[in-house]
Design a binder for this molecule. Structure first.
Ligand code: SF4
Length: 427
C-alpha cells in the first residue's frame, strides 16, 4: 500500500482481512519516511499487532503478510533496501538454491540451509539483480511453481504475478494505492477495485499512482481454481469473478445434475455455505445449518499434526439434535481430502437420528496435493486415489455421494478449462 498520509491502520486491516488464507506467521513492514521497518511474528495478526503496537507505527507505505513461513524478508539490494513477501511455492527449491550458490550468492546469515525459506531465496535472487523487474524476470526463468510477490522499497511498492494461480488485485482510494491477494482487503477499508494484476505483470505503486513496468510472456496461464471453491473469502472478486456468486452457481449446477429427495440442505461451515445456499435455492429444499461453528474455538496457529487438526475440526462444530432427528440431510462441502472429517460428521448426524445423509461436494474427487502452495497434505492422503467411488461412499456411511465435475467448474467460474489450474484433480 502506498499513500500520501499515514496508512498503517489500512495496511493492518487490509492484511487482517486475508487472515483466512493462512494462520502461521504474520508480518508488517513500512516506510516511516526515515527508514524501512519490518516486524514478523508467529501467530495471528490481530493478536501479534495489538492496537498499542500499531499506535507506535507510522508510515506512508508498507506491505503486510499472513503466511505459513516467516515474512516479509529484508535484503540489501543493488538499488537499496528491499523487503519482500511471497505467496506461492518454489517446486524446484533445492536446484534453485544450488544454482544461486554456484553463482556466488551467500546465505551466511542463516543458521542452517533449511532456514532459507522460499521468500528468503526469492529476496536474495531479486536483490542480486540491478532492479526488481530484472529480478522477477530471472526468477520466472528459473523457478518451477507459481508466485505472487509484493516488495517494499523507499520509493514505493513493487508487485508481480506469475502464471496466475496466486491472485493479486489492485485498488485505490483518495490518493492511496493498494495491492492485495484478495479484494476482501478493500471492503472495509474504503478501497475500490482498480483491476487484477494480470499473470506475468510487474507493477509499481507510488504516490503518483499505479504503473505497469513490464509484462512477461508466461505460459501457460492458469488461474487457481481452488481460490473460488475454498481458499478465498466469499466477498472477494478473484480475476473478475465474485467468490460467493461462483460458489452459489456451483451449488445450483449440483442441484440440477444431482437432484435428491431430502428435508434440508446444510453446509459444512464455513466454506460449504455458499455452495449449499446455491443448492438449496435451486432445489427448493430448505437451507438449514445442522452444524454451528463455535467461534471461540479458533486457535492462534494451524496445528501441523493431522490428528490434532481433525480433533480441532471436531471441537469447532456443534450440532443441533432437534433439527437433525428424523431428517434426510444433504450435506454440502467444498471438498473431501482424507475423508476422516466427513466420516466424523456423517456419524455424528446419524447418532443424532438423521435418517439419510447425502453429500454434495463442490469439486471433483481430489487426486493430488497442491504443488503451488505450502500444503501439509500429501498425494497419498487423498482418499480418491486409494479407493473407487462406491467404496468411498460406503466408507463414509453416506446414502449418496456426488462431486462437481470439471464442466460444472468451467460453467460456474466462467473460464474454460485450458486456463484453469486443474492439477488437484489430475491423476
Ligand atoms: S493444484 Fe489445486 S490448489 Fe493448487 S493452484 Fe491448482 S487448483 Fe489451486
Amino acid at each position: 500500500m502506498v499513500s500520501g498520509k499515514d496508512c498503517i491502520r489500512d495496511l493492518f486491516l487490509g492484511t487482517f482481512y486475508l487472515q483466512h488464507r493462512t494462520q502461521d506467521y504474520c508480518g508488517i513492514a513500512f516506510n516511516d519516511n526515515k527508514a524501512l521497518e519490518c516486524y514478523t511474528h508467529k501467530g495471528l495478526l490481530r493478536q501479534q499487532f495489538p492496537k498499542e503496537a500499531l499506535r507506535e507505527m507510522e508510515g506512508v507505505m508498507g506491505i503486510g503478510s499472513v503466511s505459513s513461513e516467516r515474512q516479509p524478508v529484508s535484503e540489501l539490494s543493488k538499488s537499496g533496501a528491499i523487503i519482500l513477501a511471497f505467496d506461492g511455492n518454489i517446486i524446484n527449491y533445492p536446484e534453485l538454491k544450488d544454482q544461486l550458490l554456484r553463482e556466488g550468492a551467500s546465505f551466511s546469515g542463516y543458521k542452517s540451509p533449511e532456514e532459507v525459506s522460499d521468500t528468503a531465496l526469492i529476496s536474495k535472487l531479486v536483490a542480486r539483480e540491478t532492479d526488481f523487474v530484472s529480478g522477477i524476470k530471472k526468477l520466472a526463468g528459473m523457478m518451477k511453481g507459481d508466485f505472487a510477490i509484493v516488495a517494499l522499497t523507499r520509493e514505493g511498492v513493487y508487485t508481480a504475478r506469475g502464471w496466475g494461480r496466486k491472485p493479486l488485485v489492485l485498488g485505490q482510494k483518495e490518493g492511496s494505492y493498494a495491492v492485495s491477494s484478495e479484494s476482501n482487503s478493500f471492503v472495509n477499508t474504503g478501497f475500490e477495485i482498480t483491476r487484477d494484476v494480470e499473470p506475468g505483470e510487474i507493477v509499481f505503486l507510488s504516490r503518483e499512482g499505479i504503473k505497469i513496468l513490464d509484462r512477461l510472456d508466461l505460459k501457460p496461464i492458469k488461474y487457481g481454481t481452488f481460490e473460488w471453491i475454498y481458499t478465498s473469502h466469499p466477498a472477494s472478486v478473484i480475476d473478475r469473478k465474485n467468490v460467493a456468486e461462483v460458489r452459489m452457481e456451483i451449488g445450483r449446477l449440483l442441484a440440477e445434475k444431482y437432484p435428491v429427495n431430502a428435508d434440508l440442505v446444510s453446509p459444512v461451515p464455513n466454506s460449504g455455505r455458499w455452495h449449499a445456499l446455491g443448492y438449496a435455492k435451486a432445489s427448493g429444499i430448505p437451507y438449514t445449518e445442522v452444524f454451528i461453528r463455535y467461534d471461540y474455538s479458533d486457535r492462534s496457529y494451524t496445528p501441523q499434526e493431522q490428528t490434532t487438526r481433525d480433533e480441532e475440526a471436531r471441537t469447532k462444530l456443534i450440532t443441533i439434535k432437534q433439527i437433525i432427528n428424523g431428517k434426510r440431510i444433504i450435506l454440502v462441502d467444498d471438498s473431501i481430502v482424507r475423508g476422516t472429517q466427513t466420516l466424523n460428521k456423517v456419524e455424528r448426524l446419524k447418532q443424532l437420528g438423521a435418517k439419510e445423509v447425502h453429500a454434495m461436494i463442490a469439486c471433483p474427487p481430489l487426486m493430488a496435493a497442491c504443488k503451488y502452495g505450502k500444503s501439509t497434505k500429501k498425494d497419498e492422503d487423498c482418499i480418491a486415489r486409494r479407493m473407487p467411488f462406491e467404496q468411498i461412499r460406503d466408507k463414509l456411511k453416506l446414502e449418496s455421494l456426488n462431486y462437481a465435475t470439471i464442466e460444472i467448474l468451467e460453467k460456474a467460474i466462467g473460464y474454460p478449462r485450458e486456463i484453469l489450474c486443474l492439477d488437484c484433480w489430475a491423476t
